[in-house]
Design a binder for this molecule. Structure first.
Ligand code: NAD
Length: 338
């Protein structure tokens, strides 16, 4: 298939690019580099052995999006492009609504005008908010707790309405849990701008000496060691699910919403200890107050993805830490500027 990756220069998109190329697809990356750098394209070329077809594109520019689809032919789109920092979304909700929701609307317009009818969408476990019980199944109540989460839920709903209106249009909503790790080559990985919002890149930056210590938010959660429990999933496993979801859309011609996680809850301290083992160095940390809006424990029931996609996570927490550390230690300051 000829596949467009919107936001394909980002962390998860870059890993999905590698898997899709390995599976023989013809893949084009479109991005505005608002949270990524052109340096990733050089690395993707090193991994795949071929130049990366790239289109500068800002999804907020409807004319540009529709014009691009009119000039190019695609069999499917994978839509990663979004702003994703929860805290920032509380400070700048309108920017999040504009970028994520208007951007998605423009993308859907472009696809509809050009007759492109397959979409894989990066959704998130954030749509479950603070779940009533774990593991979380796809039919759990949806409730969002911040503007970022609201954009993900609204985007799922917009896509769902389009699918309803056009029986030929099929979409897969992939609800990611907590992606971590990096490609085994150490050439691509997570490269956040500014202070990392997520745990693993923060640990990596402490390990490499860019930050003094890690703050662990809350040591009094009702969990075995008192720290928050999440479902960390290796980005390579996650990337593979995108290729499986595209195959599903072609084969089954129906819509799909699935959780992508390992099904195993890991606490902050378990992750810190696993990382310290992989990197063979101590990770200094301090337990501080809980963060507003955080929850004790969220992990997936991933059995639907196994049933319908034949997908399951294969890489364990040690592999996640080893690969994240390889990436960070080989690239202490992230991607070099291209
Ligand atoms: N990383 C996570 O923890 C996580 C968890 C659940 C869901 N997600 C979702 O997965 C997707 C990818 O996440 P990621 O971690 O790779 O993030 P990322 O920021 O690394 O990648 C997103 C990419 O989209 C691009 N982009 C953003 N707005 C754009 C626009 N208007 N036009 C064109 N390009 C634009 C950015 O420049 C970036 O390259 C996002 O939609 C995110 O919400 C991520």
């Amino acid at each position: 298939m000829r596949i467009l990756l919107c936001g394909g220069a980002g962390y998860i998109g870059a890993h999905a690019y590698v898997v899709l190329v390995e599976r023989g697809h013809d893949v084009v990356v479109a991005d505005n580099f608002s949270n990524s750098s052109p340096g990733v394209l050089v690395r993707l070329q090193q991994i795949t052995g071929h130049p990366v077809p790239f289109q500068p594109l800002d999804l907020r520019d409807r004319e540009a999006v529709v014009g691009f689809f009119a000039r190019q032919q695609f069999d499917a789109v994978v839509h990663f492009a979004a702003l994703k920092a929860v805290g920032e979304s509380c400070e700048r909700p309108l920017d999040y609504f504009h970028n994520n929701i208007s951007g998605t609307l423009n993308l859907l317009h472009g696809m509809q005008a050009a007759g492109v009818k397959r979409l894989v969408f990066s959704s998130s476990a954030t749509v479950y908010g603070d779940p009533a019980s774990v593991p979380v199944r796809e039919d759990a109540r949806l409730q969002v707790t911040n503007p970022y989460g609201r954009t993900k839920l609204v985007m799922e709903q917009l896509i769902g309405d389009l699918c309803e209106s056009d029986p030929g249009f099929h979409a897969a909503n992939l609800r990611y849990f907590n992606p971590v790790g990096a490609h085994a080559s150490g050439l691509i990985g997570e490269d956040p701008t500014g202070i990392p919002n997520n745990l693993m890149p923060y640990i990596c930056q402490v390990a490499v000496g860019r930050r003094e210590h890690l703050s662990v938010f809350g040591g009094d959660w009702p969990t075995p060691d008192g720290t928050g429990v999440r479902d960390y999933i290796h980005v390579t496993d996650l990337a593979r699910a995108h290729a499986d979801a595209l195959d599903f859309l072609v084969r089954e011609r129906r819509n799909l919403t699935v959780n992508l996680g390992t099904g195993q809850g890991i606490s902050v301290l378990q992750l810190v200890n696993a990382f310290a083992g992989a990197a063979e160095r101590a990770i200094p940390y301090q337990i501080v107050a809980r963060r507003a809006g955080d929850v004790a424990e969220v992990y997936a029931d991933p059995s639907l993805a196994n049933d319908v996609l034949g997908w399951r996570a294969e890489l364990d927490v040690d592999a996640m830490c080893r690969d994240a550390w390889r990436w960070q230690s080989q690239n202490p300051q992230g991607y070099p500027s291209a």
